[in-house]
Design a protein around this ligand. Structure first.
Ligand SMILES: Cc1cc2nc3c(=O)[nH]c(=O)nc-3n(C[C@H](O)[C@H](O)[C@H](O)COP(=O)(O)OP(=O)(O)OC[C@H]3O[C@@H](n4cnc5c(N)ncnc54)[C@H](O)[C@@H]3O)c2cc1C
Length: 373
């Protein structure tokens, strides 16, 4: 089969792939987005908390910290300009005892170092004035945290990319790639099975990114991370939420943020995500976790009634470090990391990937910018 010559291929139409496609198309490049499924944004981008994170928790200087803070600013502007539904509702991080207050102090210092200087301390009565049903000894208010309609965001990103000439090919999985002197060869399966030769490939395949990287001839094995899956389940609250802010417990020693309360734009509350290592992509809900949810939520909301939680949905974090290993950062591997011209691999884009999507795209487009003449 003759190979069709194209400029840029973005593999994966989740929020990050769509943001990259938009950035590249708006930079004047010809872009094809390959998506394995029959619709865009059906995997991790459809199964998350839909929170616009402030950038509080991540290690200072990490990509997660920097791209979250930058991405948040870009995202609020983007939502306002493109009428993407969102709300800057703010979030409370709550402490139940002195040890947790100490954790909040560490969090506040880290937030400041990350470029999030607007956290405010609240005493118990001040927090309860905002949220009468909340129990805590002290709290930190993060005013720049918000919620977003992630599907609306992806629709707007796709619309921008298409308006700048990008094409979305659904049911078109990238099967393998090879780095050659002429460019990157890509074999595409599915409905429109074809063979492409691209100047640029952005591997934004989420959970599958390490698999495609491993199937890329010419990419040395040391540049392909292992993949792991960490499932998070959500339970929804029947009836209207008694809270108007997001509520997060102090995170403790764990690397995940605890069973928190988030809201959707319809005012419905959900709790989650939990954290459990699994050995494959598994979106089933572990209903047995409900008992543990009641215990965790009642620490900050004693009024939660028996039977009020309903199984919601599950999302799986695309991990590149396994149990017991240090917390991972985002990996944006460009030619200077792996030596393959025109290739960018995105690995471990878990939370705050939604918030960071426009900043990740900005960085990817900069890595692939054509030298000015
Ligand atoms: C439980 C949970 C909660 C989260 N909460 C938040 C939050 O509140 N705020 C936040 O900022 N972030 C959050 N995140 C992180 C955020 O959801 C992700 O970082 C983001 O959705 C990743 O987008 P993506 O485009 O990289 O991946 P995905 O959305 O998984 O997209 C990858 C796409 O690639 C496609 N694909 C795979 N293989 C191929 C192939 N070979 N060829 C073509 N296409 C392929 C898939 O079908 C998929 O559509 C959360 C994540 C989880 C799991």
């Amino acid at each position: 089969m003759a190979r069709e010559r194209v400029d840029c291929v973005v593999v994966g139409a989740g929020v990050v792939g769509l943001a990259c496609a938009r950035a590249l198309a708006q930079a004047g490049r010809e872009v094809i987005v390959l998506e394995a499924e029959g619709a865009f944004g059906t995997v991790t981008s459809a199964r998350n908390s839909e929170v616009i994170h402030a950038g509080i928790y991540y290690p200072t200087g990490s990509l997660r910290a920097r791209l979250c803070v930058r991405g948040k600013a870009l995202l609020y502007d983007y939502c306002a300009e493109h009428r993407v539904d969102h709300r800057r509702c703010g979030k409370l991080i709550v402490a139940q005892n002195g040890a947790e207050v100490t954790q909040l102090q560490v969090i506040e210092q880290r937030a400041r170092a990350n470029g999030v200087p607007d956290l405010q301390w609240l005493e118990a009565d001040e927090a309860q004035a905002l949220e009468p049903q909340l129990r805590c000894t002290r709290a930190l208010l993060s005013p720049s945290t918000g919620i977003i309609d992630s599907h609306g965001l992806m629709l707007a990103l796709l619309g921008d990319a298409q308006a700048a000439g990008a094409v979305l090919a659904l049911r078109s999985p990238a099967l393998r790639a090879a780095a050659t002197q002429l460019g990157i060869e890509l074999d595409v399966g599915g409905d429109g099975a074809t063979a492409l030769l691209a100047d640029v490939v952005v591997n934004s395949a989420g959970h599958e990114a390490p698999v495609l990287a491993a199937a890329t001839q010419g990419l040395a094995a040391q540049h392909v991370p292992p993949r792991y899956f960490a499932k998070g389940c959500y339970f929804t609250l029947s009836g209207r939420s008694p809270f108007s802010h997001l509520v997060y417990p102090a995170p403790g020693e764990s690397s995940h943020l605890g069973v928190h309360l988030t809201l959707d734009l319809g005012g419905q509350a959900k709790f989650g995500p939990s954290f459990r290592w699994v050995d494959h992509l598994d979106h089933s809900i572990d209903e047995g976790e409900a008992v543990h949810f009641y215990d965790e939520v009642r620490r900050y909301w004693p009024g939660l009634r028996d039977g009020a939680l309903q199984p919601g949905y599950a999302g799986v974090r695309p991990k590149i470090r396994g149990p017991g290993e240090p917390v991972q950062d985002f990996r944006i591997d460009g030619p200077s990391e792996h030596g393959v011209p025109g290739l960018v691999n995105l690995f471990g884009i878990e939370s705050p990937g939604l918030t960071s999507s426009l900043a990740i795209a900005e960085r990817v487009a900069a890595l692939l910018a054509k030298p000015a003449h």
